[in-house]
Design a protein around this ligand. Structure first.
Ligand code: FAD
Ligand code: SIN
Length: 531
């Protein structure tokens, strides 16, 4: 049994930001699946959207967010997050974050921060560290964490399930009391107890065969919260990033939207600029529109990918602005200063998640969710590029302030230790790897960018079989990280399908050929599921 004041699951921007805010007030445990920096945050390229220039305004950022969100954003949440952004960015800079600077100088002679542009933004407002923004955020936050004696980080520890009063059979309001956590190296399960538990476990890209996300993104937070009885919403809105590098040896390498922001043009393999006539912003249209146009272009022509061409820009500019993309592509034999980049859409971001308010509160007492795992209402039916790092920063801060203003008392409920199945059978491990592959392909083929009712039904019945097999396996065998993640991606897949089946319309990222139109009756309705 390990007792803390704050238990944080996840060490991306959301978890680390929250930890820094509460550390002066109590003992903090950060539990994280792999190495401490390994997270979606670490791979963020484009940057953080926030209003910092005189030519920009909160009103414009709010408007762009609402427009991308296709009518489903909560305007009060959008306003709060947009307006509190600059203060949180300033704090990040004070912690040591180094954003790229522009060539221009401010009136006092200092350099201004360089502002990038991405799809759906009417102004340049993306603060970035070249094309490695996430790496620099993790560096700055982890440096600051290392100076905090109150914070202990548990690497290679996988949270299995939340411990709640209801699961333990207590009546009355459901309270979160902590989590059971699998220690991969020690091969044992610990009980972490805390009056406050924060889910900062990120997204679920690994539910799909092709994704920009690293391996940690298996939707564990959503699955754990669902099993604990929390409300989950809008899981049908999975954002597919239009431009993931297409190369047999590249696992999941993103080509940032900022490349299009700096003039990159999408072309068919024959060189046709196919975004002309699709949207006034052409290659820089909102992501849902661009991803669907690429999907349609690939289906029409039978091509395996499309091209993103930035060769018309000076080579020096490309190498200076996108050093990581340039180097990585060159490693695969593609010189992006001289030839177009082969790209395909891939699962990228989970717009839905655990239902919270803008302070990260869920409907279970003592349980908070911040960052990509949460559904605050900021993104609606389609996230505006670079709004997620901003949301994580603002909501982690607000959750900490809320908790510090009214601290949760320690519980005297008795928490039992973990009980595990005790069978091991190496032969059976093939079931786990087979089900991983089958599930991800099934989601890609049946629940991808363009959906139909029939494909959703087919996915639902296949998923039911898979889940039954996984459940049997789970109860009988000793836990492994692979099995835990498989159980979670199966739950998340089921939630995506259930939410998609609840929505009789096409809106934002949920495009269903059987309901091709947007239905005004669903304009303000979230698709909410509970256990
Ligand atoms: P993450 O950063 O994903 O962190 C999740 C943490 O939880 C990890 O430490 C993980 O190990 C841990 N974890 C998960 N499950 C468990 C478990 N069961 N037990 C213990 N630990 C667990 N957004 C932008 O705004 N701008 C961008 O430029 C941008 N670029 C992106 C580029 C790429 C390639 C990707 C994949 C995403 C990008 N995004 C971008 C999205 C953004 O990076 C994420 O939404 C954001 O970083 C999520 O932060 P987070 O703290 O919520 O989760
Ligand atoms: C990118 O750099 O294209 C990713 C930005 C984002 O997902 O917000």
């Amino acid at each position: 049994m390990k007792q803390f004041d704050y238990l944080i699951l996840g060490s991306g921007i959301a978890g680390l930001t929250f930890a820094l805010k509460v550390a002066p007030h109590g003992r903090v445990a950060i539990v994280t699946k792999k190495d401490r920096a390994e997270s979606n945050t670490n791979y963020a390229q484009g940057g953080i959207a926030s209003v910092t220039s005189k030519e920009d305004s909160f009103e414009l950022h709010v408007r762009d967010t609402l427009e991308a969100g296709a009518g489903l954003c909560k305007e009060n949440v959008v306003r709060t997050i947009v307006e509190e952004g600059p203060a949180r960015i300033q704090e990040l800079i004070e912690l040591g974050m180094k954003f790229s600077e522009s060539e221009q100088r401010a009136e006092d002679g200092s350099r201004e921060l360089d502002l990038g542009r991405e799809g759906g933004h009417s102004k340049r407002r993306i603060l970035h560290a070249k094309d490695m923004t996430g790496r620099e955020i993790e560096r700055a936050l982890l440096d600051a964490i290392s100076r905090q004696p109150n914070i202990e980080i548990f690497e290679n520890h996988v949270a299995i399930d939340l411990i709640t009063s209801q699961k333990l059979g207590y009546v009355g309001e459901n309270h979160c009391l902590g989590a059971y956590v699998f220690d991969k190296k020690g091969n044992r399960v610990w009980t972490f107890a805390a009056p406050v538990t924060v889910l900062a476990t990120g997204g679920c890209g690994k539910v799909y065969l092709y994704t920009t996300n690293p391996d940690i993104a298996t939707g564990d937070g959503v699955a754990m919260a669902f099993r604990a009885g929390a409300s989950i919403a809008n899981m049908e809105f999975v954002q597919f990033h239009p431009t993931c590098l297409y190369h047999p040896k590249a696992k999941s390498f993103l080509i940032s939207e900022a490349v299009r922001g700096e003039g990159g043009i999408l072309k068919s393999l024959a060189g046709r600029e196919f975004m002309d006539g699709v949207h006034p912003l052409k290659s820089l249209a909102p992501r849902d529109i661009v991803a669907r146009a690429i999907d349609s272009e690939m289906k029409k022509t039978g091509a395996d990918c499309v091209h993103l061409d930035i060769t018309h820009k000076p080579a020096r500019f490309i190498i200076e602005r996108f050093p990581n993309i340039y180097k990585t592509c060159l490693g695969y034999g593609i010189d992006i200063t001289k030839e177009p980049i082969p790209v395909v859409p891939a699962a990228h971001y989970q717009c839905g998640g655990v239902v919270t308010n803008v302070d990260g509160e869920t409907d279970i007492a003592g349980l908070y969710a911040v960052g990509e795992v949460a559904c605050t209402g900021l993104h609606g039916a389609n996230r505006l590029a670079s709004n997620s790092l901003l949301e994580a920063l603002v909501c982690a801060h607000r959750a900490a302030q809320k908790i510090l203003a009214a601290p949760h008392g320690k519980t005297d409920l008795k928490i039992p230790f973990w009980q595990s199945g005790n069978a091991t059978n190496a032969d059976e491990l093939v079931v786990v790897s087979h089900n991983w592959d089958e599930l991800r392909r099934l989601m890609w083929d049946y629940v991808g960018i363009v959906r139909t009712n029939k494909r959703l039904q087919r996915a639902q019945s296949r998923l039911a079989n898979l889940q039954q097999e996984i459940q049997e396996y789970y109860w009988n065998f000793i836990v492994t990280a692979d099995l835990l993640e498989l159980r979670n991606i199966a739950t998340v897949a089921e939630l995506i399908v259930r939410c998609a089946m609840m929505r009789p319309e096409s809106r934002g990222l949920n495009y269903n050929l059987d309901f091709p139109d947007t239905n005004p009756d669903w304009a303000k309705r979230d698709s909410v599921v509970r256990k």
